[in-house]
Design a protein around this ligand. Structure first.
Ligand code: NAD
Length: 460
């Protein structure tokens, strides 16, 4: 089958209405859940092969994450699909108004390589829950996981409504030539622009889950050791290849002096004396990314790490102090295990560093001061804010997950996925009797004019 025929077949399914009943959606989600639990070992092996991801980490951040998302959605789906009544202005009464969520049709989910299970399947949970047919496009840069998806998804999910298309730029380009009712893309902003431009040709709405530099601000009101532990965990998870990983730290010189050794201790606590021998520490996805990261290691004073092994694409968990604000690694998303500490003079300075760059996907604050937290919340813009913890906000099903500005547009997880993958249809029902609208039909009279002027006030 050509790609065009694949998409055409899904469109046929969507039009036929097979995907609409709640029972179909729940059965598919149950089956997806079964795929993840029954075939867990195959996913774990693939993630180990693609990213040297430890199986426990794969459970936490990939397989178990999607299972949790399914459970959350299944628990609430019936309620989320109920028509929602809204108030009708007095002048239009008697009438009833409601919002009905309907499937968009055929949607495309394009995923990146860094969390190749989570970032492909979590959007798919929403797409199916909303009653859509869906094309899954795994990343070619996580080939083992892509192959498992191509093998298992047709076994567990209704092949009339769900298709996996493997491949790289060529296949994705061809896919983007097809007409979809929504495109959900996770990855870098350069390709995000390509996706948005292709979608625009068909007026297809897009969700763009992009990246960027997520800063950390830390002050002297917190327990520095405890904060360092959290920061190191969020940063070095998946060898720093996490879209919401802390990208760099902003701290005053006095805080930085205490934080640097605390980070060094935290790295040792997580991965031992020699992280290259730790089964819990990942590897860089490919050679170009390895080379890119290896070139960043001299940007500051080495606190810990800075060693590499090209053969295994190992980059040590690295902390660099005294990194100048205009260092090359401060201009692009690091997306690897290198954590620069940039010295600021205080909160004002930190806020100006944050607001002078692109709007981050996430912003993390380690401070016990209510004033500091409030100022960060109101004076900066980011996809999310984490007080006291990096990355974990995306595990809260009730929170929208997404970026703003350069870090993306649109959001998902839980009910936000339902919103993303549904059309919210406005429905107004007004009985023909009594015909209160008579009062505004032509021919217009002075009495009607008086009524209309009053009406406008009542509608407002
Ligand atoms: P990637 O290279 O796997 O690309 C993502 C997808 O785009 C793949 O499926 C790929 O096949 C496709 N693609 C690549 N080039 C294309 C082209 N020219 N035309 C059409 N499609 C193309 O992944 P990546 O972009 O390296 O991912 C890392 C980036 O993603 C980082 O910037 C990271 O911050 C961001 N990210 C964001 C989130 C989020 O949830 N916001 C999550 C993970 C990663």
């Amino acid at each position: 089958m050509t790609l065009a025929q694949t998409v055409e077949a899904l469109r046929h399914t969507s039009v036929s209405g097979i995907t609409k009943p709640l029972s179909w959606r729940l059965a598919q989600l149950a089956s997806l859940r079964r795929m993840l639990t029954e075939r867990s070992a195959e996913f774990e092996d693939a993630l180990l092969a693609d990213l040297a991801k430890n199986p426990t980490e794969s459970q936490i951040a990939e397989i178990g994450f999607v299972v949790g998302e399914i459970d959350h959605v299944v628990r609430h789906l019936r309620r989320w699909l109920r028509p929602r009544r809204v108030a009708v202005p007095g002048a239009l009464l008697p009438a009833r108004a409601s919002i009905v969520r309907e499937p968009l049709g055929v949607v495309l989910v394009i995923a990146p390589w860094n969390y190749p299970v989570q970032l492909l399947l979590a959007p798919v949970v929403g797409a199916i829950a909303a009653g859509n047919a869906v094309v899954l496009k795994p990343s070619e840069l996580a080939p083992a996981t892509s192959a498992v998806m191509a093998r298992l998804v047709p076994e567990y999910l209704d092949p009339r409504a769900v298709a996996v298309v493997e491949g790289g730029v060529e296949e994705t380009t061809e896919l983007l030539e097809q007409r979809f009712d929504h495109i959900f893309y996770t990855g870098n902003g350069r390709v995000g622009r390509i996706v948005a431009a292709a979608a625009a040709r068909n007026l297809t709405p897009v969700t763009l889950e992009l990246g960027g530099k997520s800063p950390v601000y830390i002050d002297d009101t917190v327990d520095i050791d405890a904060a360092a532990q959290r920061i190191a965990w969020g940063k070095f998870l998946n060898a720093g290849q996490t879209c919401v990983a802390p990208d760099y730290i902003l701290a005053t010189a006095a805080v930085a002096d205490r934080l640097a050794p605390a980070l060094e201790r935290a790295v040792r606590a997580l991965y031992g004396e020699d992280p290259s021998t730790s089964p819990d520490y990942g590897r860089i996805v490919n050679e170009p990314h390895f080379e890119r990261l290896a070139g960043m290691l001299d940007a500051g004073t080495v606190v810990t790490g800075a060693s590499t092994d090209p053969a295994s694409r190992y980059v040590a968990p690295t902390v660099l102090a005294d990194v100048p604000r205009d260092a090359p690694l401060m201009r692009e998303e690091i997306f690897g295990p290198i954590l620069p500490i940039v010295t600021v003079s205080g909160l004002d300075d930190a806020i100006s560093v944050i607001t002078s760059g692109d709007k981050p996907l996430a912003l993390y604050v380690f401070s016990e001061s209510t004033r500091v937290r409030k100022r960060i919340l109101t004076e900066t813009s980011s996809g999310a804010v984490g007080f006291g913890v990096p990355a974990a906000h995306l595990a809260v099903g009730g929170l929208p997950f997404g970026g703003v500005g350069d870090s993306g547009s649109g959001a998902y997880h839980g009910e936000n996925s339902l919103r993303t993958f549904s059309h919210e249809k406005a429905v107004l029902t007004k009985s023909l009797k009594p015909d209160t609208l008579k009062l505004i039909y032509p021919p217009y009279t002075e009495a009607k004019d008086r009524f209309a002027r009053g009406l406008l006030r009542r509608l407002g």
